[in-house]
Design a protein around this ligand. Structure first.
Ligand code: VGL
Ligand code: ZN
Length: 211
């Protein structure tokens, strides 16, 4: 079966295509906005599409500004667990938390807001960073009968990576649309892709789904 046919029987998850992760945003990912055309092109081809938003309250534990003396990209221990620190980003209800202005949200049947608890971060679309609090997306997709899903969005090496790991953990056949993702750093994005491929994620191109 071609990927074009497969898409019709699969779910798409569009991860965190928000202004703060695109050039001009507070946690801008190089080329972040460049994925929008590919996402818009593939999304209508799927049987189902869901999007996530990183959606933090002000003063969130992942913000360096919440930890006196710390800078963005430092790490701290929170309750014995390592927490990477970022610039303030995707604060609930702010322009930075909105979708990229050219992202076509019409195909999205569901929207998951994650990272909503002040003291707990959430990279994955499926579980918060305690590894056990579900966002509900896994139940939703399973309940609808989807066993196969495709992932794209921002960032390859953070939220897309953890979403793909959890998708595998939940037993989904998992695909990543490489040109519809960008990483915080090129090197860690390459490592993330290699790690996912090794773990059983199929890496594909948007052209194969929507030529
Ligand atoms: C993300 C860093 C912090 C992401 C979210 O969406 O990849 N990265 N919060
Ligand atoms: Zn975040």
């Amino acid at each position: 079966m071609t990927l074009q046919c497969l898409a019709q029987k699969s779910a798409l998850i569009v991860v965190d295509v928000q202004n703060d992760f695109c050039p001009g945003g507070s946690l801008a990912i190089q080329g972040g906005g460049e994925i929008v055309d590919a996402v818009n092109r593939v999304a209508p081809r799927f049987g189902y599409a869901a999007a996530t938003k990183d959606w933090h309250p002000a003063g969130h534990v992942s913000f360096a500004s919440s930890h006196p003396g710390k800078k963005p990209f430092d790490t701290v221990l929170v309750g014995g667990v390592s927490q990477a620190l970022w610039p303030d980003h995707c604060v609930q209800g702010t322009p930075g938390a909105e979708f990229h202005p050219r992202l076509d949200s019409r195909p999205f049947a569901a929207l998951i807001h994650k990272g909503r608890k002040a003291g707990l971060d959430s990279y994955s679309a499926f579980f918060e960073n305690d590894g056990e609090t579900p966002t509900g997306l896994g139940f939703l997709l399973r309940g609808l009968g989807y066993g196969r899903l495709f992932l794209c969005g921002l960032a390859t090496d953070v939220c897309v990576y953890y979403s793909a790991r959890d998708a595998l953990r939940l037993g989904f056949e998992t695909y990543l649309i490489e040109d519809a993702c960008r990483g915080v750093s090129r090197k860690s994005a390459e490592e993330a892709l290699a790690g996912l491929k090794n773990a059983g994620v199929f890496i594909v191109a948007s052209e194969e789904i929507a030529p």
